[in-house]
Ligand binder design. Sequence first.
Ligand SMILES: Cc1cc2nc3c(=O)[nH]c(=O)nc-3n(C[C@H](O)[C@H](O)[C@H](O)COP(=O)(O)OP(=O)(O)OC[C@H]3O[C@@H](n4cnc5c(N)ncnc54)[C@H](O)[C@@H]3O)c2cc1C
Length: 461
Amino acid sequence: MLIKDLSKKLNKILPRQNYTTELEQRYVYSFDAWANPELGKKIADAVIFVENTQQIQSVVKFANENKIPIISRGAGTNTVGSCIPSLGGIVLNFSKMNKILELNKENMTVQVEPGAIVGDIQQAAENVGLFYPPDPSNLKVSTIGGSIAQNSAGARCFKYGGTKNYVLDLTVVTSNGEIIHTGSQTVKNAVGYDLNSLFTGSEGTLGIVAQALLKLIPKPQETQVIAGYFNDIENTVSCVNNIIKERIFPSTIDFMDKNAINTVEKFYPSGLQCDKEAMLLIEIDGDKENINSIRENVCKVLKDCNAANIRYSGTKEETDRIWNARRSSMAACAKLKPNVTTDDIIVPRQNLAKLVKGVQSICQKYDLTSCLVGHVGDGSIHPQIPIDFSNETEYKNYKLAKSQMYELAINLGGTISGEHGVGLAKKSYMNKVTDSGAIEYMRQIKKIFDPNNILNPYKIF
Ligand SMILES: Cc1cc2nc3c(=O)[nH]c(=O)nc-3n(C[C@H](O)[C@H](O)[C@H](O)COP(=O)(O)OP(=O)(O)OC[C@H]3O[C@@H](n4cnc5c(N)ncnc54)[C@H](O)[C@@H]3O)c2cc1C
């Protein structure tokens, strides 16, 4: 316990039902989706379920005065240890602040609380003919607060960009308990520094998002999904570039390799074709009049790239089925071994084939099963590796493989994360991919916003 009589002190600022110091609760809120057997046994001192901005302010002021770390937590699905209370402290949980407050059709904006689920925001927008494109694969559980803090992207990033492209204004509680607005109600804002972008992707280290105003766009009239299967990786990946060269602009160009397809089919049968080396999952959208001609253009490129089989889905049920299959890949991998790790590396698209083949051969060299999925339109892949951490050789091999995958991505002009962030997992690689002067400026920014280092301390750096 960092602070004596914590319960008594919290009682003064919060209703009793808004926090817990029960060991079991503190324990379960001390992990996230980062699989790492070397994590210390540090657990949170209290978990606080805030209900409104004023409660966030009271907690932050209390924590700042007493120099207690605060770890904001959405659904805890980040894969880099961003929610781990590595120094103990208070976990701030937003599950009671999950409302969609106002959807303004005319302005095409939505005001939300930080615990609102990304999939629910998308659905609310679609119900009125609007569209919130960012779609982390786990959008049915991930929160908007967590997605803003990680600048989450997803498959549709290829055409529509990631979370940061939709943030108009954030209501942020700073480390001294002040409330600031980082943007404006307008879709453009050229006044001053772009604090929206600074806070988006800051992993809970600069301030606490209490509300967000997000931009929406008109929902495309029609959507179709095309699955192109290939007998080899080269053709699969060169097809990505050929689609773009043909000036076709799908909303997604996603990828699953043979292992990923087979693992999904083993545990969540979805009708994917298991005998091919890889599949491209291409979602197109547009007007009723032109969607079929876009599909024909995509299919032509797939054929020219020697796709062995091409299927497309026209109904919502078929589209949902194929996306559910793609989104189930990590859950399926988790069934192969006691643990599963997922990673996130990205290269300039022209080097994608080298990255995919390189990662496959690194995993083979170290006798690891790898299921590769990824948003290849952006040049990004997520190697998912089922593993038994209690097997020392396997764990040693995994660590070697991981660092070689990062080296490979860096040598191919890429970087160690396109969308999952740094957290604890990748902080030791920061200086390999980021200019040292830039890191120093980042540290100074952290000091300005959080001089006592209470907000998610020692994450990123
Ligand atoms: C199966 C699976 C698939 C995924 N697919 C994708 C994908 O396709 N694309 C992608 O980009 N990511 C993906 N992710 C990574 C991750 O889930 C996303 O980044 C997700 O949006 C995080 O949301 P969360 O609610 O779980 O956040 P959490 O993990 O709870 O938190 C993430 C970070 O946000 C901070 N935070 C949370 N709430 C606030 C707040 N109100 N104010 C300030 N900071 C806050 C936390 O401190 C932490 O640093 C995936 C993860 C899994 C497990």
